[in-house]
Design a protein around this ligand. Structure first.
Ligand code: AMP
Length: 189
């Protein structure tokens, strides 16, 4: 069973790689961004609240994310899973850690896809014309990147220092296929 976490700033390609690797390994792909975007379609009060937070580029509360992820991990991860977009804060990583201990599950691989801000911005703007996401606008991109620097990078740094044997840096500037092959090679070892 393979349990994997993908880290990386918005636009680094973690969603693309997580999808490819989940298909390759035939395991669940839990993208918290995708799960939340689906929830927006409900158009209830929670959806309205989520829409306003997400379209401004801020992070949704730890409480909501922890409950979404723990429910999904309980229900559909018998073969393994990829977490894409979670944990994004230290509080989320503490929650996840406790959840994993209680469930006797361990993480086998962590991939951190790195890319500079200039390239991220160009990629996200290109994606905005293809996918019309509310949060792929130039002013929102900066907020999302700052959330990454202020919260999520602290989480990946923590794992780099404390889980170095399973932590792998990936250069996000390479071609999609090249990155996928690198990740597959590491997973096979
Ligand atoms: P993503 O598709 O991963 O870029 O996520 C899109 C948006 O969903 C983010 O900008 C946040 O508003 C929200 N989001 C996704 N995952 C999380 C998380 N783990 N914690 C808080 N907010 C999240």
């Amino acid at each position: 069973m393979k349990n994997i976490i993908f880290f990386g700033p918005p636009g680094a390609g973690k969603g693309t790689q997580a999808k490819k690797i989940s298909e390759y390994l035939n395991i669940s792909h839990l993208s918290t961004g995708d799960i939340l975007r689906k929830k927006l379609l409900d158009k209830d009060d929670l959806a309205k609240e989520l829409k306003s937070i997400m379209s401004s580029g801020n992070l949704v509360s730890d409480e909501i994310l922890n409950s979404i992820v723990s429910l999904r991990l309980k229900n559909e991860t018998n073969n393994g899973f990829i977490l894409d977009g979670y944990p994004r804060t230290l509080a989320q990583s503490e929650f996840l850690n406790n959840f994993l201990i209680q469930s006797s599950i361990s993480i086998n691989f962590i991939f951190n896809i790195e890319l500079n801000f200039k390239t991220l911005k160009e990629r996200i703007l290109k994606r905005s014309s293809e996918e019309s996401r509310d949060d792929d606008k130039i002013d929102v991109i900066e907020t999302r990147y700052n959330e990454y620097l202020n919260s999520t990078e602290k989480v990946s740094n923590f794992y780099r220092e404390n889980k170095s044997s399973i932590f792998h840096e990936i250069d996000g500037s390479q071609q999609i296929q090249e990155i996928t092959e690198k990740i597959k090679e590491i997973i096979k070892k």
